[in-house]
Design a binder for this molecule. Structure first.
Ligand SMILES: CC(C)(COP(=O)(O)OP(=O)(O)OC[C@H]1O[C@@H](n2cnc3c(N)ncnc32)[C@H](O)[C@@H]1OP(=O)(O)O)[C@@H](O)C(=O)NCCC(=O)NCCS
Length: 160
């Protein structure tokens, strides 16, 4: 009995310990992979696709990927609002790896990056289904829910 408990927990932690974060430059093969992951997780289930115009408009954003054994498993986008505020967009974790702490680690990393750049406030438009995830990470909802890409969202903000 003791042996089983010891063998499962360290294995779970060591696989997470290999999670590494990289900044992804716009319009590189790594960016194309991130867009493919975002499409699979965030757009395809809604019957939507990114337009060339939407992707071109991301050139001013910072793209961050989380990699497990060099495979992209999660990503997000940081879009400047003004010198104080930045918007976290397009948070997506590979469907087979959701619920294992990767989203929490990716968002925490992105907050550190944003803080280092000098931002003081992180904003995001959370899908209703993800509001609890962001609340667990210290984000608070503001104002009334609104519709974006055809589904309900909430503005959520956290001081950095
Ligand atoms: C939402 C998402 C980014 C969360 O990442 P994840 O790796 O699955 O989440 P984690 O395992 O890091 O979860 C962190 C905490 O949030 C909770 N949580 C995660 N997703 C949740 C959800 N959809 N509803 C309620 N709680 C959730 C976890 O139970 C965990 O709680 P804990 O504090 O008790 O440990 C990911 O599931 C995803 O890509 N979902 C589909 C796309 C999406 O909705 N993106 C957000 C768009 S705004």
């Amino acid at each position: 009995m003791g042996r089983r408990a010891v063998s499962i927990l360290p294995l779970a932690f060591s696989s997470m310990d290999t999670l590494v974060f990289h900044t992804i430059a716009h319009n590189t093969p790594e960016y194309v992979a991130a867009v493919a992951l975002r499409h699979a997780i965030l757009r395809q289930p809604l019957g939507l696709a990114f337009s060339a115009q939407q992707l071109a408009a991301e050139a001013d954003s910072q793209h961050i990927g989380a990699y497990l054994e060099q495979a992209l498993v999660a990503c997000l986008v940081l879009k400047p609002i003004n010198p104080r505020q930045v918007q976290m967009r397009q948070v997506a974790v590979d469907v087979q790896l959701q619920g294992k702490g990767i989203g929490r680690r990716l968002v925490t990393h992105a907050e550190m990056v944003a803080r280092q750049i000098g931002y003081q406030e992180m904003h995001l438009h959370a899908r209703e289904s993800a509001v609890i995830f962001y609340q667990r990470l210290g984000y608070a909802t503001h104002g009334e829910p609104f519709t974006e890409i055809g589904i309900p969202h909430c503005l959520m903000i956290k001081g950095l």
